[in-house]
Each structure stands twice: as C-alpha cells, then as structure tokens.
Write a protein that binds this ligand. Sequence first.
Ligand SMILES: Cc1cc2nc3c(=O)[nH]c(=O)nc-3n(C[C@H](O)[C@H](O)[C@H](O)COP(=O)(O)OP(=O)(O)OC[C@H]3O[C@@H](n4cnc5c(N)ncnc54)[C@H](O)[C@@H]3O)c2cc1C
Length: 371
Amino acid sequence: MRWKWILLCVFIYGSALYSSLHVYSGQNKTTVEDAGKLLPVKMKIVYDVHSTSDLQQWVKKANETGETIAIAGMQHSQGGHTLYPNGTLFDMKGYNKILDFSPKKKKITVQSGVTWADIQKKINPYGLSVKVMQSQNIFTVGGSLSVNVHGRDIRYGSLIDTVDSFRLLTPDEKIISVSREENSDLFSYVIGGYGLFGVILDVTLELADDELYHHRSVVMNYNDYENYFREKVKQDDSVRMHLARISVAPETFLKEMYVTDYVLTDHQDKREKYLELKKEEMIALPKFMLGLSRYSDWGKDLLWETQKMYFLKNDGKYETRNNVMRSDSEFMEYENPNRTELLQEYFFLLSILLHTSMIQEEFWKKKNLIY
Ligand SMILES: Cc1cc2nc3c(=O)[nH]c(=O)nc-3n(C[C@H](O)[C@H](O)[C@H](O)COP(=O)(O)OP(=O)(O)OC[C@H]3O[C@@H](n4cnc5c(N)ncnc54)[C@H](O)[C@@H]3O)c2cc1C
C-alpha cells in the first residue's frame, strides 16, 4: 500500500516539475516576482546593474520622470512588498565585485550584489570567516543588510553588529559614506530598511577567524529545551553556534525537537584537514522526501525522522565554521506553478514561547483533552 503511495507521489511531483518548466520559460523579463511566486508584478523597466555611474544616471532619470524605484538581490524576501508596479527595478546581482580584502585587519569590502558564497570562496584560504549571515549562503550582501539578518552564531547579534561601513546612493543621486561615525543616523535606518533609504553600493564587513567545531546533536522534548539552552549552551562559551528544530510532523507535532551545537574543539591543529569548502552532496533524496512531505502526513513523519537521523548520525563530526554556514539548500527549490512555499519567521522571546506552550498544555490537560 505504502509503495503505491510513493509511486503516486513520484508521479505527481514529476508532473508538477515538468509543467513548471513550461510556464516559466516564456516569461517577459519585466514581469518580476519574488521567490514566493504569489504576486507577479509588471515593471516598466528592469536594469541589470554593473556600474555605479549607471546607477546614478538611472536614479536621476527616474527622478526626472517621477518613476518609483525598487531594488532586487536574490529576491528571497517574500510577500510582494519589495516591488512597485510599473516602476523601475535595479537588479543588483551583476554588481558583484570584491573591492578590497585585508586579511590582517580582518575586513572585506564588496559590492552589494556579492553573495555570501562569493565571500566564503575568497576568505576561506586565509583562515577567515563571516561573523553573521543566514544558514544559507545564496543571498546577496545588499539584500541581507536591508533585512538585517541573523544567523546560527549565537555569540554575535544580528548582521548590523558586524558592518563597519557602507556607501549609499541616496534618492537625490548623492553618494555618501555611512558608518557609526559618519551619517550615523542612516546606519541603523538603512540596515533593516528594506531599500527605502537608497541603494547600498558597497559594504565593509568585519570578519572572524575560521574555527574547527564538532557537532553535538541531541533529541529532546520541547519541555527540556529551555534548561538545555540555559545550562548547556548559553553558559558554555565553547558552543559557538546553535540550531534547534521543532517537529511539524503529525506524530511528534510541536513536541519533539533536535538541537545541534557547534562546539569549539580542542584540536584546532586539525582544521587544515577540513578546510575544503563543501559542496551540497545530497540533493535528489532530500528533495524527493520534501516532495513527499508536501502531499501526505506520513511523508511529513518520514522527512522528520530522516532529518533527525541525519543530524544524530553527524554527532561528533568535525566541521569548519565556513562549512557550517555553507548550505545552498538546492533541495528546497520548488518549481510547481500551482503551488508555492513561503518562508515565515516568527520572533519570540524564548521563555515566553515555552512558558505559553506549557500553560496551554496545562490548560488542555485540565480539560482532559490531552493526555
Ligand atoms: C531558505 C531561506 C533561508 C533563510 N534563512 C534565513 C536566516 O537564517 N536568517 C535570516 O535572518 N533570514 C533568513 N532568510 C531570509 C533572507 O535572509 C532574506 O529574505 C534576505 O533578504 C534574502 O536576501 P536577498 O538577496 O534574496 O534579498 P532580496 O529579497 O532581493 O531583497 C531584500 C530587501 O533588500 C532590498 N535590497 C536588495 N539589495 C539592495 C541594495 N543593494 N540596496 C538597498 N536595498 C536592497 C530589496 O529591495 C528588498 O527590500 C531566509 C530565507 C530563505 C528563503
């Protein structure tokens, strides 16, 4: 019976993939959408940005004709809020040069269309690493600054803490330097400002030392997480990064968790051996399983159990900081024209979240609705 289901799911998944290739292949370049694919927007013109002087001229032109400007990196910020119908779009992906790199000062200056993957490639041979970035390395630096991202490293705050300075092309076509000292009010407006204050041109970022970590993975009930985090993670400086996942699979829904700590090892001399930047090895299998999980509850359970097993199997594994932050998550790409997946992030104070779920559980227990 289960095999019939698997075959059916393979068929559905395969047909969806095939038809998606047809729908998107003929699309007009000025019809643009973010990775959520729910709200295609017709722009008047899309510029591929390669030079600062072009950008300056295009902003001037837009001012003269009263056009509205939107800015795009990899377009993974979803919800349609980053595009203006019938406006001018600057596609920043081609504005991607590394302008300066000083291993001694541990600083790098890049144009805002550079991705984290580009930076990792450049700095890895020098034993350096990014301080804060997303878990994935596919995003542009400009898009990441504009949403002020957070990452797995729990010892730094969000990205803003690691930005030294940047240059900004303002709506009145001026190019200004922004740092904590110069035009300082704009520093916190632009970082996290979703492109509303101008175009970020180039950015100087502070870098950290690349380090060797070992994975420590544990499965637990969500009730135990708060103590675990307080005692085993927060108080232990050798835990440099931390990842916690809670189940959304029916059998263990919002109960079971697995966590992975990336712990500084005493064997830093072994780092050389693990230096090579990893490539995503397994794509087809996780992609297939993710596909199954979209269509059935047992698929969701299967995916959860497999992911959990994978993380537990890696317990004790050595990995450099650069490699921990190196997933390109190709397996998550979803090409179905009739369905989509949206990333939603909720920010809670941890103790409030855990406390609320405990109160809820107590409440339902009293009502004899859960046991
Ligand atoms: C699979 C996945 C995993 C993620 N993981 C994390 C995570 O771990 N932590 C986290 O914090 N977030 C995470 N995110 C969210 C992600 O960090 C943001 O969506 C980020 O903006 C993506 O960068 P981008 O290059 O796609 O930016 P875009 O979506 O293209 O742009 C984002 C915003 O920045 C503006 N912008 C882009 N370039 C410039 C520029 N040069 N100057 C001025 N404004 C500009 C755009 O107008 C837009 O408003 C994740 C998203 C996905 C899809």
